[in-house]
Write a protein that binds this ligand. Sequence first.
Ligand code: HEM
Length: 619
Amino acid sequence: MSISTFAVVFVAPICLLAFFQLTALKRNISAAKKSGLLYVIVPFSIANPLSLALGRLLRWVPEQWLHKVWWLDVISSLEFTRSWHNGDRPFRLLRASTFLTVSPTELIIYTYEPEVTSHFLRGPAFGKPQELLGILNIYGPTMTGTDGERTRVFRRTTAPFFNEQTMRHVWGQGVKGAGVLMSLFGPSESGEAKNKDVVDPSYYIQRMRTVAGRLTLYVVSSVCFERKIESDEMLKDVLRGEDAVPEGRKIGFSQAMHGVLDWFTVIFVTPKWLLSLSPLTMHRNAKRSFTELGYYMEKLKVERENKLLQSGREKGGKTSSSLLNLLVEAGMMSPNPILGPEEVLGNMFIFLFAGHEANANTLSFLFFLLACNPDAQRRTQLDIDTNMPQLESIKSIAKCLSDPSVYDAMYQQLMESHVGACINEALRLYTVLPFLVKTVPMQSQQSQTIEKEGHVFSANGVSYRVPGGTMVVVNTTAAHTDPEHWPKPRPNAYQSTHRASPIDSFNPGFWVSGHNNVASGENPRFLRPRSGTYVPFSDGGRGCLGKKFALVELCSIVTRVLAEYSVELVAESKEEWHKARDCAAKVLVEEIEFQMSLRLTGKVPIRFVKRGKETIAWE
Ligand code: HEM
């Protein structure tokens, strides 16, 4: 190849690309200057895989070297999958609670400031960036992975399901599932080990996250999709991770769902034909889980279509409140179905996924926090006793709690006691979505002017202006730990030596006392956080559709468990306990990863014992 051919084939395209990138960067820098915000130049957009690779690379650079190069330090603190670990670090480095990053492809606002957070989460004009959230559309378009009119159709179709009748059902299933879980993993009356094949002889659970995932998948699949589990014995199999595999199938429903989540990135980035041909076990497992879950969802859909056809519902009869019915009916409306077949499947998947994954993570974090803070746990148990005086005998707990009318009578009270406070604290400290992403539209709905004029917002009385297309990243971890609104880590009797572990910041007492709310009908002393300071479920029109579902489920499970049991770290003496707590404090910081949501990847062994039979008597 001659030099001139080489130049034309290789050098010219690179020069052209560099020219376009520099021109775009110059344009974006000019917009950043006009915005009035502090800005920092970065080489790639966060949506670009190169940005993730760079962030990972910088993690290997020793901290003391990184601190010497300020710009690299800032870039490393922006790696979005590490938002929970980095918390307010980028804001501290830049000494600003809202700032911009500028790359050749886009401008991104980073913020944890309450006013700015509320503005972008609540404002109906701000959508979700498809290039990031489209990852969820593996079975078809989903509510979370789309934007605009289609999302509104998905929300309108499914919103009627989230009513009080459904919440009673959630309560009942939560109580039932937790009761069966305890009969499986909790101690027997004599305190002897149970199910030696799944738990250690001293009956501790190594991976609470896995067990919690089975429980929450059971709740969501039975409440939303009417999945029938005939007996307590079958439910025990499901909770052990051994649910029945129908003839002709390779794995059961739960295993398929958990497999899809474990291999999500592989499924998303690899073409399906390559997954089938690949000799790698990882690829084969991913493909098998994907195909099997697709089969189970399609089967649910087809069976429901047949049932609805038989009952003549698709002809515009009375709308049923079951989520499965709502989705399937919307796909059958004649002559113009509201949802296409892929949209039905896509949204079945998103509810199965969103409806169990975040709950499982929050539930397991909550049990770890309680095991590490026995004083808070005892206080919570006392509140359950006070709120539920009818629990006079242990034997009546299951019967009493599973009565759906208990939900009507007790849910609100429990959520305004230490039970709700513990749930809120777990969601504050282990926010399963540590960052929320929004976009400024290119044009406003009313006028066509946004791109030209820019979008104006204010913070602390100062106005800023950003162009249409700007992305917004709300750092929920920084918002939830801002010392201006939240207590600093509290020294307590069991203080660990490990610094900055959320287990030392766990402070349910902060929620229950000393606040003065004026709203009527609410406990005036229970904390109602200031807008924009607490957003575990996001906020506004694109906030979590299942927020109440999640809270009712968590409340029912925690109440059912703590009414009868205590959760503890595995230790036989106070000395061992302090060591176990230090170990937990470390694992609960260092072995946390963001994989579609924040989860523990390491092991923190815990066990459930009958109340009054705790191994260590704390004064
Ligand atoms: C502790 C439990 C949960 C947490 C912390 C949580 C949090 C969130 C957050 C932060 C979002 C917004 C995501 C974004 O802006 O990208 C969201 C969206 C969503 N959540 Fe949840 N969620 C939980 C449980 C549930 C449950 C139980 C369901 C359903 C049964 C559910 C269904 C949804 C759906 C459908 C969306 C998409 C809404 C939209 O895009 O318009 N979530 N959730």
